[in-house]
Design a protein around this ligand. Structure first.
Ligand SMILES: NC(=O)c1ccc[n+]([C@@H]2O[C@H](COP(=O)([O-])OP(=O)(O)OC[C@H]3O[C@@H](n4cnc5c(N)ncnc54)[C@H](OP(=O)(O)O)[C@@H]3O)[C@@H](O)[C@H]2O)c1
Length: 262
């Protein structure tokens, strides 16, 4: 409702989602995920917001958005994905918007590899589990809640470093390869849904370097004008998503709308 009030005062156009009803799901409660929830509460006041997150929410945390429902979701755990499937069927129908923001670049001993000798099977599997398999298995878990007769958006945060065509620097084997695999998996899903869910749009989005825990160890060389706050990243991503439609399904896009080579 705040968006409506400010739009009336400044005559800025209302979000096309202003009159959407149903449910929206953000997967991942990290920096960009939380900022997306805050912005969605403004742009899509008719959507019930849900956040599936691995970390238990603590009682003293500031509320993210009014009316938000949070639940435990570990995208690397099949039991947790099964609970999501049940929740989606029981309470998330119709699900109009899904944004997958869970991601793994470093955690404990797992760090991006600089050379071949640092590659190991365990870290490759962990990275693929969250960055590649997660978005596809989440799509599978919620598919039954997606309407056939209304527009649906499923976006997943990818990364420019997942582009094979744009790989100039090397390194970061697991993360790069897992994001490239995510791109292929969701591009394939976009083709399947063209037939089965003709109003669905699947998008792979690069948010730009954003000040979150994920980028913290690696952003010292990024110029200030290319480093986004989570709020700015979320606004840019939602501006871009508002311009997507089923006819544009299956694209790999940067925050500014430019196409990234696969
Ligand atoms: N930040 C950037 O500069 C940047 C650039 C390009 C692409 N991206 C992509 O943007 C997305 C969002 O990242 P961010 O910047 O918001 O990072 P972030 O703040 O670190 O958030 C990542 C979230 O992923 C969650 N996660 C990890 N493993 C999970 C699992 N098994 N199940 C459920 N959730 C899990 C983490 O949960 P916990 O809270 O429990 O740890 C964390 O909240 C990622 O896909 C990332 O690759 C980010």
């Amino acid at each position: 409702m705040r968006h409506q009030a400010s739009a009336a005062m400044t005559a800025e156009p209302l979000s096309p989602w202003n009159d959407w009803s149903g449910h929206a799901l953000i997967v991942g409660g990290g920096g960009i995920g939380r900022a997306l929830l805050q912005q969605l509460a403004i742009r899509a006041p008719g959507l019930q917001l849900w956040c599936g997150q691995r970390r238990e929410a603590t009682a003293d945390e500031a509320p993210i958005a009014a009316g938000l429902q949070r639940f435990r979701l570990d995208v690397s755990d099949d039991d947790s994905l099964q609970e999501l499937r049940q929740l989606a069927m029981a309470r998330l129908t119709p699900l109009r918007l899904v944004i997958y923001t869970a991601g793994l670049l470093h955690e404990g001993p797992l760090t991006p590899e600089k050379r071949l000798s640092q590659v190991n099977r365990h870290d490759l599997e962990r990275s693929f589990s969250v960055n590649a398999f997660g978005p596809l298995l989440v799509a599978q878990a919620v598919e039954a809640a997606l309407p056939r007769d209304q527009p649906v958006l499923l976006a997943s945060l990818s990364a420019r470093v997942g582009s094979i065509g744009d790989n100039q620097l090397g390194g970061w084997y697991a993360y790069r390869a897992a994001k490239a695999a995510q791109n292929q998996l969701l591009a394939t899903l976009a083709i399947e849904w063209r037939r089965r869910l003709p109003q669905a749009c699947v998008s792979l989005l690069h948010p730009g370097t954003t000040e979150t825990d994920l980028s913290a160890p690696f952003r010292s060389g990024v110029p200030a004008e290319r480093l986004f706050s989570p709020e700015r990243a979320a606004i840019q991503l939602l501006d871009l998503l508002e311009r997507q439609s089923a006819a544009k399904s299956g694209r790999f896009l940067a925050w500014d709308g430019s196409t990234i080579p696969w």
